[in-house]
Design a protein around this ligand. Structure first.
Ligand code: UD1
Length: 365
């Protein structure tokens, strides 16, 4: 019997852990599962809605760390997680993705000699100003088992000196969730609620500090949106950080004057999936959305200069457009004139990644 402790903390974690827990639950004689939520994200629409929609069990332990500076948040997770680890005594801790909770919990494990498995290991933007890049590099150095989503990740890990026998190319658990929930999502009646027509709107997300914490960059992106919305309505479920910055930088008035840009609260998993699948194009600075749009076959313009997910560019529907307003507008209009990228499914993004992960862990149990 293997005692497995799963860590979730922030919004992009929930859809990755859900398929793994469901798959493990099929083998109750092999696995005993514990779920810890750090509370990095705590608003209902950033957290609880995902538990409800993805059938995640109620966390066994909630650390309630909340927001703070990077040092503060990471340290709070570490302090709160250590006694839980000592009490729960898992055989292995599973961490996913690249958020502060991922690194904080992996670090606590390494100090206490508890095995760590990292799901979505090896992705690299090669941009060390990104907090997630530091979280990825360090978590991978500590992890005992590294599960990767694309072949470039294996190469990155080998180059960084990670032993080959720790690395398993298994595919993408987030796509397991997407494929499992797509029909349910499409059955929702969300387009009517926002007065949208299929393939006749753009969906926007924006939250990365390098885009929203710098006044000139955020203002430039908003200039680009102004032009795009004159030809295509934009719906924008806004992250709480972004809403705060828009207010702080006095950009609210400008946004309010754009009649075709609609700002709404963050959406749940299924509603967002529905909008992605029906959009004409997606504008985003998220990591995961680059992958989800690739599987849905929807053109994605990523408002960044780099990506840690190169397979979405090489094989998928993703294009890096940076943050220059002229370039963003040109690329969006390019899609509108029918010149969108047509992608294909990256290797092993087939809905069975969790089965592969659990199969590997079963051998170790
Ligand atoms: C975190 C992740 C990022 C991920 C993103 C998805 C890190 C370093 N970053 O960034 O990789 O793409 O989640 O959302 O871990 N806030 C709320 N309610 C919440 C959570 C946050 O209002 O439930 C506000 C707070 O003002 C907080 C700010 O959002 O200060 C940022 O939250 P934080 O968890 O620090 O980082 P994210 O920007 O969400």
């Amino acid at each position: 019997m293997m005692r497995v402790l799963h860590v979730v903390g922030a919004r992009p974690n929930f859809m990755k852990v859900s398929p793994i827990m469901r798959e493990m639950a099929k083998y109750p004689q092999k696995f005993n599962q514990i779920l810890v939520h750090t509370g990095q994200h705590y608003d209902d629409e950033m957290s609880q809605v995902f538990f409800d929609e993805l059938d995640l069990p109620r966390p066994d332990v909630y650390l309630g760390v909340g927001s703070g500076s990077h040092a503060e948040q990471t340290a709070k997770v570490m302090l709160a997680f250590e006694p839980v680890l000592l009490e729960q005594k898992p055989d292995i801790v599973l961490v996913v993705g690249d958020v502060n909770s991922t690194l904080a919990c992996a670090l606590v494990c390494s100090k206490l000699g508890v095995k760590v498995a990292h799901v979505e290991a090896g992705l690299r933007s090669f941009d060390r100003t990104m907090p997630e890049e530091i979280n990825r590099v360090l978590t991978d150095q500590i992890a005992d088992l590294l599960f990767t989503t694309e072949r470039s990740a294996n190469e990155n890990l080998l180059r960084e000196g990670v032993a080959q026998d720790k690395i398993y190319f298994v595919g993408n658990v987030m796509i397991d969730s997407l494929l499992r929930n797509k029909e349910r999502a499409l059955a929702l009646d969300i387009l009517n609620r926002y007065d949208l027509k299929p393939r006749a709107f753009a969906l926007l997300t924006l939250h990365r500090p390098s885009n929203v914490d710098v006044p000139d960059v955020l203002a430039g992106i908003i200039d680009a949106l102004e032009e795009i919305q004159s030809r295509l309505p934009i719906i924008f479920p806004a992250h709480p950080r972004t809403m705060r910055r828009i207010q702080e930088f006095g950009l609210e008035g400008k946004i309010a004057r754009m009649s075709n840009l609609r700002v709404i609260k963050p959406l749940g998993y299924l509603e967002f999936l529905n909008l992605m699948a029906n959009a004409r194009l997606v504008l985003t600075d998220s990591g995961g959305i680059q992958e989800e749009t690739t599987i849905l076959g929807i053109p994605c313009l990523t408002l960044r200069d780099n990506t840690e997910r190169p397979v979405t560019i090489l094989q998928g529907t993703n294009t890096l457009v940076g943050t220059d307003p002229g370039r963003i507008v040109a690329e969006a209009f390019n899609v509108l004139s029918g010149r969108a990228k047509v992608g294909r499914m990256p290797e092993l993004w087939d809905g069975h990644a969790s089965e592969r992960i659990v199969g590997i862990l079963k051998e170790l149990a």
